[in-house]
Design a protein around this ligand. Structure first.
Ligand code: HEC
Length: 100
């Protein structure tokens, strides 16, 4: 009887840990969301080169710039701005998938 309870407790702890490990998956989802936004939205008014020329800048630059793009007319929600800014702040000119 005690042994059965121990096994049950072990399974519950393990299941809880497995649930918490969803964090990296969320981060990956965030990245691919940012990438899709940049590919779909940012080339509509100017070329991607305009974006690429500014890669290497930080999150604050990108949040300001993407917010300004919304004022310019880009179709972006507040969470989109944050996803796109996080994604762009992590990209480099020579490796960004939308720059070649
Ligand atoms: C609705 C049209 C439109 C869309 C969509 C758009 N932009 Fe722009 N973008 C502009 C205009 C107009 C300018 C020039 C005026 C300015 O800098 O605000 C510009 C300029 C820029 C610049 C140059 C800023 C500088 O200081 O030299 C960057 C970088 C940029 N956009 C990035 C982006 C990114 C990233 C996206 C996607 C999230 C995007 N743009 C989507 C209209 C747009």
């Amino acid at each position: 009887m005690m042994k059965g309870l121990c096994i049950l407790a072990f399974i519950l702890v393990f299941a809880a840990m497995a649930g918490n490990s969803s964090f990296p998956t969320d981060a990956a989802a965030h990245t691919s969301e940012g990438e899709a936004l940049v590919k779909n939205v940012c080339g509509r008014c100017h070329s991607a080169q305009r974006v690429c020329a500014n890669l290497g800048r930080d999150q604050i630059y990108w949040e300001r710039t993407v917010t300004r793009m919304r004022q310019n007319g880009a179709a972006l929600s507040a969470p989109d701005i944050s996803s796109a800014a996080t994604y762009l702040a992590g990209q480099k000119k020579d490796t960004a998938p939308f720059c070649n």
